[in-house]
Ligand binder design. Structure first.
Ligand code: ADP
Ligand code: ZN
Ligand code: ZN
Length: 817
């Protein structure tokens, strides 16, 4: 019988792809193994086997696979099932999910890139036909791969052409071999076995008495291995023994030492794992009990626990239970909260059973975690990770914890799959018949609504640990302060008073400003012009530290002009303000104190964020100015005052979630104040102190916020009452986007009637030279989600069958956040 496999290719095409295999291969291959397969005229891809079967494709002849790459599956059945759900729910291809899930180290390919040499001009007459074809193609595309050349010339052997073009200096060639996974090798040394007996060793030391350096190194090796009882690294020997690598080499050459390697994990734990988990207080114990009760008849439970109520310690107890039952735990967190404090806290309890997984990891590190999970290794029992960690190969998942479940960063925006990690993790848990615990001090309206509806279990924790009081929140009316000349720059007299007091008592301060940069916008006082990004439809932001104007959308930057580019006036003024300006002003107001800033600009690089956190923890910083990065689950002992510089720009943000988000942000950042015995203080500066959200923040009234917001969502047909799908059209030609979006929206209206909004240009309607236009579909609860999506896909397909629209990119975003 003929044998075939269907495979998943890492590309955004809908169809599944069938390849022919031999009988023997059919017996060997299993879903989840990798094979390399030919695709199109000359491409080769790494593919994942989806299933093995005997049905020949109807419309084409199946090609043979090239090669089998694995002895056993590297993708599990559960993953394949999960990927299918993600693709279907979030309207993308399973290939796109595969690409997001697999570390790039698993998709091996070697590609040569060819680009045009712009230094010299070549006359067309000097080129042979095939050379001309390539050269011409490089006018349109800055670089080509070997495979592209093969398809342009329609032949396999393209090396001669490349050589000729190289001889003519027309092109340059660059080899970019994608890194393969290499375990990190650490060098060790030990005494050669012939010297292990005491007398032999004594002889050796006598022998070496005329080579004191070598003798010293031998002695050091001896003492290190005696104290640590572990293999001795060459690097340690160099460090502890004052040895040079030459001396060690001499000893190896002489046969005194033996060198060897042990494969070491890059992602290695280096902490103490001897800590016992904490004894819960009565409130925590009660909450834990309620969670366990709730799990008896609910798969998903939400815990609403105020900041610093000790949720993490409850999670720790739940994790302990899972480990006892030999089950894995997935602990999801927003990227930024992952870096320091929590990781070491969990490692102190669980040691190397904790595997951390986040976007700053290299491909090597990802492969390592992946492989540990495939083996269900002891090192992969607790996966602590950002959103993409729910795509890892779990073997035996028992519990998912989604901490800070309200965080919008759980939603992936670009590229596809545009999944929400909280929701996709719930599905993952259900595949494993595992439980999910969502936790937050400020739950999303979605989850709280689901809990109210009885869809989720619900547990509350209203007491801060140790009975620390909730911070005292004071609203400062800066309109009034301005009128009465009580402002110094962006600081009210109240804020300055409180800051002075706090510093005098030796406590620390956090100042929150929801924007980075010096002052977001520069405006000419004479003509009103403000410098714009040439690629995007936004004003540039002034960064004083580099004296630059920068675009926060595409990264474009230029020096700050001295005069207005429109009218030449020198009166350029700042409008609004960012973290950098706050930092400047603080330094002038409190010159004797250490000020630091935490925002995207100061936390680049692998450990940028950690450095600032550590400096704050160690008391090197008195005042930390920052953006919302400050809000993510940090636990600082010594911060007593939090100042929110301006609440209004959050509240006025043009988004239906602006009020919910403002409540969450302000409550979370307030929660950083006074985590120990002293009651914390929060000052919120605003032009509008009677705003309902500000009142609710200051009285800590989540319930009231929820009820009011829910009413609005009801009235204006937004989540969680309605579901949303956002459709974005994108192209560099304004006209194409405009006409295409009209067509698209009109077609949608024939099906969804008044539930279609737009098309509308977003506030920033051009990014990186691409115009954007949005259409929003609101889906009532009774309306079938799958039917809705079918209808959208149908319209989408007709859209692309129109020639004029084919080049337009369409982005479908389900549950748009
Ligand atoms: P949350 O996650 O709710 O904000 P945390 O779990 O971070 O709260 O707890 C706040 C602080 O209280 C932490 O420093 C934590 O170590 C401490 N803590 C919480 N529960 C206990 C406990 N049962 N025993 C001792 N310390 C605790
Ligand atoms: Zn001007
Ligand atoms: Zn830009």
């Amino acid at each position: 019988m003929d044998c075939f496999i269907n495979v998943i290719l890492p590309i955004p095409l809908e169809k599944s792809f069938t390849y022919a295999i031999t009988q023997a291969e059919a017996e060997f291959l299993k879903p989840g193994m990798r094979v390399s397969v030919p695709f199109g005229k000359s491409k080769i891809y790494t593919a994942i086997v989806f299933n093995v079967h005997n049905e020949a494709p109807l419309v084409y002849d199946a090609k043979q696979i090239h090669q089998i790459l694995d002895d056993s599956p590297i993708v599990t059945q559960e993953q394949l099932q999960h990927w299918q759900w993600i693709a279907k729910y979030y309207l993308c291809t399973i290939g796109e999910v595969m690409r997001a899930a697999l570390p790039s180290g698993f998709i091996l390919e070697s590609e040569t890139v060819i680009s045009k040499n712009n230094e010299i001009v070549i006359n067309d007459e000097d080129l042979k036909d095939d050379e001309f074809l390539i050269y011409e193609a490089l006018h349109h595309q800055s670089s080509l791969k070997i495979q592209d050349l093969m398809s342009i010339l329609d032949k396999k052997n393209v090396l001669p052409v490349i050589n000729r073009l190289l001889d003519k200096n027309a092109i340059s060639v660059e080899e970019t071999v994608y890194q393969k996974y290499k375990p990190k090798l650490v060098r060790y040394v030990k005494l050669h076995s012939q010297y292990t007996s005491e007398s032999k060793l004594q002889d050796l030391l006598n022998e070496l008495s005329r080579a004191p350096k070598q003798r010293h190194v031998v002695m050091t090796l001896f003492s290190i291995s005696a104290t640590t009882k572990k293999p001795v690294k060459v690097s340690d020997l160099i460090k502890d023994g004052d040895a040079s690598s030459t001396v060690i080499k001499t000893l190896i050459d002489k046969g005194v030492f033996e060198a060897y390697h042990i494969q070491h994990d890059r992602v290695e734990f280096s902490g103490k794992d001897n800590e016992h988990s904490k004894q819960l207080n009565e409130y925590q114990a009660k909450a834990l009990d309620e969670i366990n009760q709730s799990f008896k008849n609910q798969n998903i439970t939400l815990i609403h626990g105020v900041t610093s109520s000790g949720k993490t310690e409850i999670y720790v107890k739940l994790i302990e239970e899972q480990l006892k039952a030999k089950k894995q735990v997935l602990y999801l967190l927003p990227e930024i909260a992952l870096t320091t404090q929590l990781v070491s806290r969990l490692q102190n309890y669980f040691g190397e059973k904790v595997a951390v997984f986040h976007s700053k990891y290299s491909s090597h590190e990802r492969v390592e975690v992946w492989n540990n999970m495939l083996r269900n290794s002891l090192k992969a029992q607790i996966i602590l990770g950002a959103r993409s960690s729910m795509l890892l190969p779990f073997q035996n998942l028992g519990l998912v914890i989604v901490d800070e479940e309200h965080e919008s960063s759980f939603k992936q925006f670009d590229p596809a799959p545009r999944y929400h990690a909280r929701d996709a993790a719930i599905v993952l848990a259900s595949i494993f018949k595992a439980k999910t615990l969502l936790g937050s001090a400020t739950p999303s309206l979605e989850s709280y609504y689901n809990a109210k509806q009885g869809k989720y279990g619900f547990v509350e924790l209203k007491h801060r640990f140790n009975n620390v009081l909730m911070p005292d929140i004071e609203l400062v009316d800066i309109k009034d302060k301005h009128k009465r000349k009580r402002m110094n720059g962006h600081f009210s007299d109240r804020l300055i008073e409180e800051m002075t007091e706090t510093l005098k008592d030796g406590y620390q301060i956090i100042l929150f400003q929801n924007r980075r940069g010096f002052s977001p916008i520069i405006e000419c006082n004479t003509c009103g012009h403000s410098p714009q990004c040439p690629n995007c439809d936004v004003s540039l932001t002034f960064h004083q530290y580099k004296n630059q104007l920068r675009c926060h959308y595409c990264g474009y930057n230029t020096v700050m002009p001295k005069t207005c580019e429109a009218c030449g006036s020198v009166e350029l003024d700042n409008k609004g303000f960012g973290t950098e300006q706050v930092e400047e002003e603080v330094k002038l107001l409190f010159p004797d104190h250490n000020v630091a800033r935490m925002d995207l600009d100061t936390t680049r690089g692998k450990y940028g964020y950690e450095k600032i956190i550590t400096a704050l923890e160690q008391g090197e910083i008195d005042i930390l100015v920052g953006t919302q990065m400050l809000t993510k689950g940090l636990d600082f002992r010594n911060v007593k005052l939090v100042g929110i510089m301006n609440a209004d720009n959050m509240l006025n943000f043009p988004d239906f979630r602006a009020h919910e988000r403002s409540y969450q942000l302000m409550t979370q950042v307030s929660g950083r104040a006074g985590r120990t015995d002293k009651r914390g203080k929060v000052l919120i500066q605003t032009y509008n102190p009677y705003h309902k959200i500000l009142q609710q923040v200051s009285t800590n009234d989540y319930e009231q916020m929820f009820n009011e917001q829910l009413n609005e969502r009801h009235d204006y047909k937004y989540p969680p009452i309605y579901r949303l799908i956002k459709i974005t059209l994108k192209h560099k030609d304004y006209q194409k986007v405009d006409v295409g979006a009209e067509w698209y929206a009109k077609s949608l209206r024939t099906v969804f009637k008044q539930h279609v909004l737009g098309p509308e240009f977003p506030p920033v309607s051009r990014i990186r030279n691409q115009y954007l236009k949005n259409i929003l579909i609101k889906i009532p609860q009774k309306q079938s989600l799958s039917k809705t999506k079918e209808a959208i896909i149908k319209i989408n397909n007709s859209f692309f069958s129109i020639k004029d629209f084919r080049a337009v990119r369409v982005i479908l975003n389900v549950d748009n956040y």
